[in-house]
Design a protein around this ligand. Structure first.
Ligand code: PGA
Length: 253
């Protein structure tokens, strides 16, 4: 049985003070939640201050970062390493988010290096994949997902399903208010699980979590999360407010 994971990607939002306020609200409101895992992904500078709150409250909320560099250290001005994230309290890291792929032109091979580094340091990567609108319209969704999965996971070895998480995020659904239908999400997730079975065998594929992301809101969370292959959500905009994030977590799936 795959336990759902509801993850909040805060993107480039929240100052240190604002991030601490939201973390405190979430820790207070969600302390009883044991039916799902919860994770939040603040900006780099907010990680440590948020971690202070999580520890102070003995919260069940996991902490992760939104990106990292594949090298362990060196002359990479403006970048951040896996060890730095871990030292700030992160246990997870989002890799290959569509905004990284499309605005910052990250390639599958670069993301592949990051996935390997994350795994070697013990960070759990949330690898994001997803097609553009024109790719969906021209019937290329599965082709794109296969290319991204095979490229980003090339020679990646895992021995248990808890080491890595996938997030299917159709690019046309991110920040647009236009979510994939539950059927579209289910179809893509099922396809991705079949691809994962080719990489790591049926057992790992059946136990590995595949999240859906793209305009998840309190009013559509239940229908998406109740699909058999949708194992959680990666929530952007609606995770910035304690009320809406809590509603998604408690939407009953
Ligand atoms: P959204 O973002 O929920 O605001 O669409 C999701 C994401 O980019 O992870």
């Amino acid at each position: 049985m795959r336990k759902k994971l509801i993850a909040g990607n805060w993107k480039m939002h929240k100052t240190v003070n604002e991030a601490q306020i939201l973390a405190r609200q979430l820790a207070d409101r969600l302390s009883d939640v044991n039916f799902a895992d919860i994770a939040i992904f603040p900006s780099f500078v907010d990680l440590y201050p948020v971690n202070v709150i999580i520890r102070e409250k003995e919260s069940n909320i996991h902490l992760g970062a939104q990106n990292m560099h594949p090298e362990s250290n060196g002359a990479y001005t403006g970048e951040i390493s896996a060890d730095m994230l871990i030292s700030a309290g992160a246990t997870m890291v989002i890799l290959g988010h569509s905004e990284r792929r499309h605005i910052f032109l990250e390639t599958d091979s670069f993301i592949n290096r990051k996935v390997k580094t994350a795994l070697s340091t013990g960070l759990v990567p949330i690898l994001c994949i997803g097609e553009l609108l024109e790719e969906r319209k021209s019937g290329k969704t599965e082709q794109v997902l296969e290319k991204q999965i095979n490229g980003s996971l090339k020679d990646v070895k895992i021995n248990t399903a808890d080491k890595l998480i996938i997030a299917y995020e159709p690019v046309w659904a991110i920040g647009t208010g236009e979510n994939a239908t539950p059927e579209q999400a289910q179809q893509a997730h099922k396809f991705v699980r079949e691809l994962l079975a080719k990489h790591w065998g049926e057992d790992i594929a059946q136990n590995l979590r595949i999240l859906y992301g793209g305009s998840v809101k309190p009013n559509n969370a239940q229908s998406l999360l109740s699909q058999p292959d949708v194992d959680g959500a990666l929530v952007g905009g609606a995770s910035l407010d304690a009320d809406s994030f809590e509603k998604i977590i408690r939407s009953g799936y």
